[in-house]
Design a protein around this ligand. Structure first.
Ligand code: UGA
Length: 463
């Protein structure tokens, strides 16, 4: 099947659409937002994602991707429809399925008039059971057809990381396919074999409920790994000579654990981990299951932010009336996305504590301004941001912030002090200014400490 349709052109849908177009599929994208439709049709990406825009321009100019608001056109012109709409959290943390319900209804209606087999694939993150209990039911009701006969249905979670979305879509670690029946599974597998050709990723073929659980359990596990590192970082801060980075290097050398997602810092943010951990917790609660580890991970994550504020307070002796420069506002480097950004939350807390805040981010200033408004000062450069301030807080580890040296702080700041909340800096380099970092033991410069630091994990590996 060389024609596919994708409903919802957000992060997941748009990167998937552009990637599929680059692999020779004709893609019809359905998007309700008129502004997004127009922008994408002109080859301008509404989101920043490395490598996306040039590929989008090419897909549009070659006619491999077209955008519409018509479900009829999309369903009629394709053999597979992927649902990539948003599933945000409600006030109480449970998942708002309204966009999944709406798109399934509209796809179902469009399928009523279509002859031949059609496969519907859900890619949005949804609570286990939703594919069969909600999507299947709606599709059958609206189309008058039966899933397992004229219709196919799969749940196929995505594992892309923002900032690496194109790479992750074009080269994923694995594929998880939760198929309602054999034919649905085979049809989706055939699509992916054409997509990946000789680079077909490892694939797990299972039923929809397992695939739905895999997505939730996967994100909750990664969030738990980060919270674990943050938990250990709190002990490190109490022990002279201890450094969470070195401890995690050591733990990460165990193949059973692995070093990734053990980065201690301000905690996890973004549009997925916060929403999915809470969603998983609520879902389990309704089944009478207490997900204690997930609950603890969320608690640690929340405390971490407050803890960073306390570190800042201790480092400069109070926050009220101080000028604080915050470097980085995106929820992580490589994106302009500020949804669930820990840095933005940190800024709000600093303001609550009576500090004046100056901010900088290489990409996310526009989106941050919509949230922070006139409450902060927006700096056009790093130098401008730190000039005249009493404390610099590194909140998002953009690589360009690595260039800052202690000399820059001494020259530009009113009182040179830096708090590294993402472990970007080598403490050695900042020994002449006030320096603190998440997960770094106190009394950093005792001679015993120096000996410890000199024996880094990398040296030990070589020994
Ligand atoms: C996450 C998952 O990594 C993807 O596999 C998944 O597909 C996606 O959610 C989703 O469900 O759609 P993403 O939210 O883009 O991807 O970002 P991550 O790279 O996972 O980072 C999430 C947060 O954790 C960020 O705030 C980041 O700063 C933080 N983090 C990450 C740490 O604090 N420490 C680390 O070691 C790693």
């Amino acid at each position: 099947m060389k024609e596919i349709s994708i409903v919802g052109l957000g992060y997941v849908g748009l990167t998937f659409a552009v990637s599929a177009a680059s692999r020779g599929f004709r893609v019809i994208g359905v998007e309700v937002d008129e502004h997004k439709r127009r922008s994408i049709s002109e080859g301008v990406s509404p989101i920043y994602e490395e490598g996306l825009e040039p590929m989008l321009r090419e897909a549009i100019s070659k006619g491999m991707l077209r955008v519409t608001e018509s479900y009829g056109e999309a369903v009629e012109g394709s053999g597979i429809t992927f649902i990539c709409v948003g599933t945000p959290s409600r006030e109480d943390g449970s998942v708002d399925l309204s966009q999944v319900i709406e798109s399934s209804s509209r796809i179902g209606e469009a399928l009523r008039n279509k002859d031949g087999y059609h496969l519907v694939v859900v890619r949005s993150t949804i609570p286990p059971g939703t594919t069969i209990e909600v999507v299947k039911k709606i599709l059958e009701e609206r189309s008058g057809k039966r899933v397992g006969e004229e219709l196919g249905l799969c749940f196929n979670p995505e594992f892309l990381r923002e900032g690496r979305a194109m790479k992750d879509t074009l080269n994923p670690d694995r594929l998880i396919i939760g198929a309602y029946d054999e034919k649905s599974g085979k049809t989706l597998l055939e699509f992916y074999r054409r997509f990946y050709r000789d680079r077909m990723p490892k694939t797990l073929l299972t039923n929809p409920v397992n695939a739905e659980l895999i997505k939730y359990a996967n994100n909750a596990f990664l969030a738990m790994k980060i919270s674990y590192a943050n938990m250990v970082s709190r002990i490190c801060e109490k022990l002279p000579g201890a450094d969470v980075e070195v401890v995690m290097d050591g733990i990460g050398m165990d193949k059973r654990i692995e070093r990734t997602f053990l980065g201690a810092g301000l905690g996890w943010g973004g549009s997925c981990f916060p929403k999915d951990t809470i969603g998983f917790l609520k879902f389990a609660e309704n089944l009478g299951v207490d997900l204690k580890l997930v609950k603890a991970s969320i608690e640690i994550n929340e405390e971490q932010l407050e803890h960073a504020i306390e570190l800042a307070d201790a480092l400069i002796g109070g926050l009220r009336g101080k000028i604080i420069s915050v470097l980085g506002l995106a929820f992580k480097p490589g994106t302009d996305d500020v949804r669930g950004s820990r840095a933005i939350k940190l800024v709000k807390k600093l303001l609550e504590r009576g500090a004046s805040v100056k901010v900088h981010d290489p990409r996310a200033m526009g989106k941050a301004r919509k949230i922070l408004g006139d409450d902060v000062e927006y700096a056009g450069s790093v130098e401008e941001c730190i000039r005249g301030s009493d404390l610099c807080i590194l909140a998002t580890e953009w690589p360009e912030y690595r260039k800052i040296r202690a000399g820059d702080l001494s020259k530009l700041m009113r009182n040179p002090a830096i708090l590294d909340c993402r472990r970007l800096y080598d403490p050695e380099e900042f020994r002449d200014v006030r320096f603190a970092a998440i997960g770094l033991g106190l009394d950093l410069w005792t001679s015993e400490m120096k000996r410890h630091r000199e024996r880094k994990s990398t040296d030990l590996v070589e020994m």
